[in-house]
Design a protein around this ligand. Structure first.
Ligand code: ARG
Length: 306
């Protein structure tokens, strides 16, 4: 108990210097994977077609523009090199779910990818987090045990919202709740084009988030809308621009695209919209959130421990 209080105390002090009232306390630090070997070698989502390969120079420019936009908004980026045998590793969001705080200071739940094509990425993620002193958890490997992909999980108002279905298995939610001692809210994803939660849900600040109800079954859509006091509800067509696959640094929303209606609402709420085109990464079925993994989500601050 006293350990926990000390951690909560430290988190609050750090937060006050950077984050203004009402903003998300997390979102200032990201891990990105340099796209040295980004290709479309196979098709594990509806967007991938190996006949449509990314252009290497445009890929590099778009990736750098994201990192620069994060820096300009006041965030920080850490960079990991890409394995030659892992063309999808650029989508760093799926490497694992890292946390600061907790009894050991830093911990991460590594992904257990649904598709064998991506499972080697977890070995590189393991090495990166282990080198930095993280305590590591994983719920399975090589297809044995529950699948979990970190693009399906977001801290939201003290709880972890986790999408399951296309990638993460429902059993992983029990493991997350048990291993991390947190409350997990599961939502079932049914839309094939929104195969990760981060395509349909984007926390904006303490009370606002983009939500596309069409990504979920009816009960889950109600659950998720019930968790968001001020939702920016996206139509399916709006979500298909990947506008929810955005990164929020304070009041800046770095987006791959933004329909006019969505921009109007974000600006009314006081957000600054920054668009960074990611045509090459859309060929792999991912955009800005997929390419970045937030490192500063803090247990005891952003997630209540029980
Ligand atoms: N090609 C990758 C896959 O299908 C894209 C991952 C997108 N990442 C995300 N967090 N939504 O796994």
């Amino acid at each position: 108990m006293s350990d926990n209080q000390a951690i909560i105390g430290t988190g609050c002090v750090e937060t006050k210097s950077r984050v203004r009232a009402g903003e998300l306390a997390w979102g200032g630090e990201y891990l990105m994977v340099e796209p040295e070997h980004f290709r479309v070698d196979y098709a594990i989502n509806p967007y991938m077609d190996p006949r449509d390969q990314p252009d290497p120079a445009a890929t590099r420019d778009q990736w750098s523009a994201i990192a620069e936009a994060i820096g300009a908004a006041g965030g920080r980026v850490e960079v990991l090199g890409q394995r030659p045998d892992a063309p999808d590793m650029v989508y760093a969001m799926n490497l694992g779910l890292p946390f600061m705080g907790g009894p050991t200071g830093r911990l991460a739940v590594l992904s257990h990818m649904r598709f064998p094509e991506r499972r080697m990425e977890t070995e590189s993620a393991h090495a990166w987090f282990a080198d930095r002193g993280y305590t590591l958890h994983r719920f399975g490997s090589d297809g044995v045990g529950a699948h979990f992909e970190a693009g399906d999980a977001f801290a939201w108002r003290g709880e972890l919202v986790v999408g399951y279905g296309p990638r993460t298995e429902r059993l992983a939610l029990k493991h997350l709740a048990h291993e991390l001692d947190i409350t997990v809210r599961g939502v079932r994803i049914t839309h094939p084009g929104m195969y990760h939660l981060d395509l349909a849900f984007c926390p904006l600040d303490e009370t606002r988030a983009m939500v596309c109800p069409d990504a979920f079954d009816a009960a889950s859509a109600r659950t998720l809308l019930g968790l968001v006091p001020d939702p920016l509800v996206l139509t399916e067509a709006e979500a298909m621009t990947f506008c929810a696959n955005s990164v929020v640094v304070g009041r800046t929303v770095i987006m791959p695209a933004c329909p006019d209606r969505v921009r109007g609402q974000l600006e009314d709420w006081g957000f600054e919209v920054v668009i960074v085109g990611v045509s090459e990464f859309l060929k792999g079925g991912g955009a800005i959130r997929c390419l970045t993994n937030p490192l500063d989500v803090t247990l005891g601050r952003d997630l209540r421990t029980r």
